[in-house]
Design a protein around this ligand. Sequence first.
Ligand SMILES: [Zn+2]
Ligand SMILES: [Zn+2]
Length: 240
Amino acid sequence: MKNVPPGIQTIRGVMGVCHLLWGPPGEAVLIDTGLIGEPAQIRWRLRQHGLGPRNVKAILLTHGHIDHAGNVAWAKAWTGAPVYAHPAEQAHIDGTYPYTGTSRWCGRLERAGRAVLRVGQPAPIDVFLADGDELPFWGGLRVVHLPGHTAGHCGFYSARHDLLFSGDLFASYFFNAHLPPPILNSRPELIPASLEKARQLNPRLMVPQHYDVLDGVLHRQRFDRLLARRAARRRPPAVI
Ligand SMILES: [Zn+2]
Ligand SMILES: [Zn+2]
């Protein structure tokens, strides 16, 4: 854990990383709920901090894919906290999203996950998120709508720490950032504008939800390299 402010607890699952954010004292907020194994970790980490389910004040979802929202029904029932997500994510959470084109594979994978892992029970979103909403958690989190991966995909920006939790805008592993594979993106035509929006926000620190090590500067550097690679591909070859 490097280059991140105190108060971030990683909850590492088989596919991605959820985050518990601590503070102010006696309060915690969950960003995403994971797929399998996360509930035990969440319970354990809260206990370590002398906290229980009622100390969780909100369940924030970056989006409704099963590896992020798989335990949302459990988290909501266990904590009693409201679920915050963009309204376009309800169908993903409920497993009723009408995937089309190559992203139909995403729907098939999610259906298989639901059947085999017995996660992904539907749960209603309690508070609809919109771009620019200011949430009163962890010293303030601003909703940054970053559609493309899904229509309602959102990041959460902490101005206090100049840190963007960027959800699945990109994944960051092994020296590089990369976009989620095409089969997982339901609105790929919106991705370039969301990448540009994150670039203009220009956070010092970035924390995605799929990564190797927790290092906000490293993920920001990898994000910049991803943008540079994309820009180089778009540039016409030099005329000699
Ligand atoms: Zn996703
Ligand atoms: Zn994901």
